[in-house]
Design a protein around this ligand. Structure first.
Ligand code: SF4
Length: 482
C-alpha cells in the first residue's frame, strides 16, 4: 500500500456523508491545498453536493497531497478519494480557489495528475486531456493570473452557473463549441477568448442560500463541525475588502427557521459561516436554539461592535474558549481612513467580555502597511495591545500586511517595502514582548500575494515556475522578478 492509499482509506472511514454516484459526466473536484484545509471550505463542499444532485453529473474529490515532496518521490499520481481513480482520467477537472497563493497548488495538482498545466498546451495536444474549470472566492478579486491554466473560470457565486456549465459540457459537440457557447453567457470567463479582461461576477438568487456541509470529518481544523451559511456577503464598506457591500447586494441573511431546519439532528457541533455573521439580525435567536439543544457552536466572523453580554454568553455556553475579532487598521486614524470604524471602546468591551465569560484568549487580527501609515500608528497599536492585554485573559495579535485587491477602492495601492514592514514588526515585538503573543505570516508572503492580486497572465506563469522550483520565497522572487 502506498501512503496515499492508507491515508485515503482511513480518512474515508472517518467521514460522514461521502457521496458515491455513477453518471455520464464525472468531475474530479480538486482543492489546491491539503485535505484538512479543503474540507473546511463550505464552497468546495457545496459544489461537491451540487454536482451529485444535478442530473447526469457526479464528482469525486482530490486534494493537494499533505507532503508534495514525498508524493513526488514516490511517483504518486493525484487520485480521487471516492474511487482512487487518477484525476487525469476524468473528462473534467475543477478547482476551487480561495486565495492567490493557492495558484501554486493548482499547478502542482495538475503536474501530479500528468495533465499539461497550460490550457494552450492541452488544446494543442493530439491526446485529449481533461477540461480544466476554476472557480471560488478568488474570482471576486482577480482571477486573471489563473487564466493561462483554465479552460473556463466560473465567476462569482456558482449556484446558478453550475447547471448551465453541466448542460454545456454534456450537450455541446466539442470543446471549441462549448467554450464559445459559455463565453457568451453571463458569469463565464474563457481566458483563451476573453484574454485578460474577465466578465463581471455572478450573484446567485437568495433562494439558493444557504450552503452547508455535505461531509463532516474529524480531520479538519474545525473537527467534526457541521458548517452552514448564516448569511452571505457584507453590508459594510471597508475600503480594502473584496466583500464590501457585496456587489451592491449587501448582506443576505438566512431566516433562522430555514437555517435550523437544515441542521442534521446528529450534528453536535455547528459552525455558522459568512463574511459578517454577527450582523445577522437574528443571530442571538439562532445561537440560543443551538446551545439550548446542547450543541457546540462556532461563528466565522465576530465584529467587535456587535459583541454584548447576551451574544458572548451564548458563545461561551456553546464551548467558545477563544474569541477572535479584528481591528484591522493599526490606529483609529487609519481605521477611519479605510472605513473600518472599529472603536477602541468596542475592542476594550470585547476584551472584558472575553474575561467575564470565562474564555481563555482574545485573538485580534490587525493590518499593517495601510497607505499613509507611520511609526506613530504602530506605537498606537502597541499601546492598544497592552491595554487590551490587561483587560483580556490573554491576547494574541495576528498581524498581516495590507495587500491591495482589485474591485476595491484601494486597488493599485503599492505594497510597502518588505524591509519596512519587517522593521515595524520588530518594533511591535519589542514593545509587546512577554505580554502579547504576536503571530501572522511574514511580510514577504504578502508581497507574493500582492504581485498575484495585482497581476495578469505573466504573474500566473511565474507562479507555475515558482511552484516547480520548490515554492520557496527565493523561487517566487526569481520567478516574479522582484
Ligand atoms: S472587512 Fe469584514 S466588515 Fe469589512 S467589508 Fe469586509 S467582510 Fe465586511
Amino acid at each position: 500500500m502506498t501512503p496515499f492509499r492508507e491515508i485515503r482509506t482511513s480518512r474515508l472511514a472517518d467521514e460522514t456523508g461521502t457521496l458515491y454516484k455513477q453518471a455520464d459526466l464525472a468531475v474530479a473536484l480538486c482543492y489546491p491545498s491539503p485535505y484538512h484545509v479543503g474540507m473546511s471550505s463550505l464552497g468546495f463542499q457545496s459544489i461537491y453536493h451540487a454536482l451529485h444532485t444535478l442530473p447526469g453529473s457526479t464528482a469525486e474529490r482530490a486534494f493537494l497531497p499533505d507532503n508534495v515532496a514525498e508524493a513526488r518521490r514516490l511517483s504518486e499520481g493525484l487520485c480521487t478519494y471516492e474511487s482512487g481513480r487518477p484525476v487525469g482520467d476524468f473528462p473534467v477537472v475543477a478547482f476551487s480557489l480561495a486565495s492567490e497563493l493557492e495558484l501554486a497548488g493548482v499547478v502542482t495538482c495538475l503536474d501530479l495528475a500528468a495533465i499539461p498545466a497550460l490550457a494552450a498546451e492541452r488544446a494543442a495536444h493530439a491526446r485529449t486531456f481533461p477540461l480544466v474549470v476554476l472557480g471560488g472566492p478568488l474570482t471576486f478579486s482577480n482571477p486573471v493570473p489563473v487564466g493561462p491554466f483554465a479552460d473556463i473560470i466560473v465567476m462569482g457565486e456558482a449556484e446558478e452557473l453550475l447547471p448551465i456549465l453541466v448542460n454545456s459540457l454534456r450537450e455541446q459537440p466539442d470543446r471549441e463549441s462549448m467554450l464559445h457557447d459559455l463565453a457568451q453567457r453571463e458569469g463565464f470567463y474563457v481566458p483563451s477568448l476573453h484574454g485578460e479582461t474577465p466578465p463581471p461576477t455572478s450573484i446567485a438568487k437568495d433562494n439558493s442560500l444557504p450552503a452547508y456541509s455535505q461531509i463532516t470529518t474529524p480531520h479538519t481544523e474545525l473537527a467534526g463541525m457541521f458548517l452552514i451559511e448564516a448569511e452571505r456577503g457584507c453590508s459594510r464598506g471597508c475600503a480594502y475588502c473584496v466583500m464590501r457591500r457585496s456587489a451592491g447586494r449587501g448582506m443576505r441573511p438566512v431566516a433562522p427557521e430555514r437555517l435550523l431546519s437544515l441542521i442534521p439532528a446528529e450534528a453536535r457541533r455547528v459552525g455558522l459561516v459568512g463574511a459578517a455573521v454577527t450582523d445577522h439580525p437574528a443571530l442571538a435567536e439562532i445561537l440560543r436554539a443551538l446551545v439550548d439543544a446542547g450543541r457546540a457552536v462556532g461563528v466565522s466572523s465576530l465584529r467587535a461592535d456587535r459583541l454584548d453580554h447576551e451574544l458572548v454568553g451564548l458563545l461561551a455556553r456553546g464551548g467558545y474558549r477563544t474569541m477572535t475579532t479584528a481591528a484591522d487598521g493599526a490606529s483609529q486614524r487609519l481605521r477611519d481612513q479605510v472605513d473600518r470604524h472599529t472603536r477602541v471602546e468596542d475592542l476594550r468591551r470585547a476584551a472584558r467580555l472575553c474575561r467575564e465569560h470565562g474564555m481563555a484568549l482574545l485573538k485580534l487580527y490587525v493590518l499593517i502597511g495601510l497607505p499613509g501609515e507611520t511609526a506613530a500608528d504602530i506605537d498606537e497599536l502597541a499601546r492598544l495591545a497592552l491595554d487590551l492585554a490587561a483587560l483580556a485573559p490573554k491576547l494574541s495579535l495576528t498581524v498581516s500586511p495590507f495587500v491591495s485587491k482589485r474591485n476595491t477602492p484601494l486597488d493599485h495601492q503599492p505594497f510597502e517595502e518588505i524591509a519596512s514592514l519587517d522593521h515595524k514588526l520588530a518594533l511591535l515585538r519589542r514593545q509587546l514582548r512577554g505580554r502579547v503573543h504576536l503571530g501572522g505570516d511574514a511580510p514577504k508572503w504578502g508581497w507574493v500575494e500582492y504581485r498575484l492580486a495585482q497581476g495578469g497572465f505573466a504573474e500566473g506563469l511565474a507562479a507555475a515556475q515558482a511552484a516547480r522550483a520548490g515554492g520557496s520565497f527565493a523561487a517566487w522572487k526569481r520567478a516574479l522578478g522582484g
